[in-house]
Design a protein around this ligand. Structure first.
Ligand code: UDP
Ligand code: MG
Length: 313
């Protein structure tokens, strides 16, 4: 079995050497073969030079250097594309995750497809990090139905086929367990050690919360309606249109039967607006249906995933 460790690095010049040493110490003591993939995410400091130096001395190391800063999710995606291992482990490159946890993850993944870390004793500021994260974890668990204590922990282990089949966008790497659960994977959670950041600065601020929230809406929508958008937009559009039609019918009666002028009534505007918006929402659902067909049929992507085929033919 080969273990691939995938680590994105963005301006982590002070951490790399310590990280590499700690990693090598742990990995050389496990019974499996391993590779370490460092992804330089367009760093502007000495990160790439230090990585080049490490790579030239250690043949277990692969370095991918991205042309510019594409973000952590893209860096992970690059690492997944190049990983050759049967098990792929991801972690942060700032030494906040501890390489010593890796054997625990390799052990835990037996019988599972994903092992997700839980920074139970997290060493980050409360107000800007732990509190938003607590709310986010609760919300993501509720919305996606995949209950994890710590979605944001980068230290995770995946079986090869999980990461090879994933397409990642936005800030989506934290949603991998939720996204993968659509394919029916088995997920386990293990507690991990967490350290405060000793060198360099965190690359994120509180604004990340909004991005994560938007990604959550996307994930939820795709999870529930990606193969049937009309069932999401349809009912909404029908309710809007019917309400509009009802209002308009009422106003028509007022005008032609009771002879009351309706030109200056706000209700008229509302009725017309609801009809137009309703029809457009239904139209959006139908467009969605066409996009779904283009997506699945042009790429011959099935709308199901098979675990096993039993047949004697
Ligand atoms: N990172 C990256 N590209 C980015 C931002 C971050 O590759 O655009 C890397 C960063 O170098 C680190 C990891 O992602 O290895 C986690 O980043 P950080 O420690 O800043 O996040 P935090 O722990 O504060 O959530
Ligand atoms: Mg960090």
């Amino acid at each position: 079995m080969i273990i691939s460790v995938v680590i994105p690095l963005y301006n982590e010049e002070q951490n790399i050497k310590i990280l590499h040493q700690a990693l090598t110490e742990t990995l050389s003591n496990i019974e499996h073969d391993y590779e370490i993939i460092y992804i330089d995410d367009g760093s502007t400091d000495e990160t790439l030079n230090i990585l080049e130096e490490i790579q030239s001395k250690d043949n277990k190391v692969m370095v991918l250097s991205l042309r510019r800063n594409f973000g952590q999710t893209a860096a992970f995606a690059a690492g997944f594309d190049f990983a050759r291992g049967d098990i792929v482990i991801t972690m942060d490159g700032d030494m906040q995750n501890d390489p010593k946890d890796i054997p625990k993850f390799i052990e835990a993944i037996k019988g599972y497809d994903i092992v997700s870390g839980w920074r139970k004793d997290r060493k980050d500021p409360f107000l800007t990090r732990r509190l938003p994260s607590m709310i986010a974890n609760w919300l993501i668990s509720k919305v996606t139905g995949v209950k994890l204590h710590d979605y944001g922990c980068s230290l995770k282990a995946y079986r090869r086929d999980v990461v090879k089949n994933l397409k990642l966008y936005g800030e989506m790497h934290r949603f991998i367990p939720a996204v993968a659960s659509w394919y029916g994977v088995r997920i386990k959670e293990v507690e991990t050690i967490h350290h405060p950041r000793l060198h360099g600065k965190s690359k994120y601020g509180i604004s990340r919360t909004i991005k994560v929230l938007l990604d959550l809406i996307t994930v939820k929508f795709l999870q529930s309606f990606s193969t049937k958008p009309i069932q999401f937009f349809g009912p909404l559009g029908v309710v809007f249109s019917l309400t509009g039609l009802f209002i308009s019918a009422y106003l028509t009666v007022e005008k032609f039967i009771k002879n009351i002028p309706i030109g200056g009534r706000p209700l008229l505007l509302l009725g017309v607006l609801l009809i137009i918006v309703g029809v457009q929402i239904i139209g959006m659902g139908l467009l969605g249906e066409m996009i779904v067909r283009v997506y699945h049929e042009s790429q011959k992507k099935p709308i199901y995933t098979i675990k096993k085929i039993l047949s004697s033919i």
